[in-house]
Design a binder for this molecule. Sequence first.
Ligand SMILES: [Zn+2]
Length: 121
Amino acid sequence: MKATSPLIQYLKAMAHPDRLRILAILRKGPACVCHLQRLLNRPQPYISQQLRLLRQAGLVSARRQGQLVFYELTELGQLRWMDLLLRSAVPALPRRLSGCPCPTCHPNPRKRSPKRLRRRI
Ligand SMILES: [Zn+2]
């Protein structure tokens, strides 16, 4: 097996605590860099570097939505064994953060009124 084989790249991409955390966050839904930055308490270039490695390994893809770029798991990143691994290896992380300006933490108030949002929670 060559050192550059897709499987080696895939496993190497996951062999890092912060990249595992990023995958665990994305397992719950797409997130933008500012959200990941706050959750992991790391600077933006660091997060971007980790996301680049995850994208190169085919685990994560990027999607532009307005001015923000959202990252999400690819089909490969959603494999069942990955799910089991992340659930046991990474402690639960909050989905919403206070003080984070991203749309995940602050859904558009025009789409969902605070009343409806409160009822849903
Ligand atoms: Zn956020």
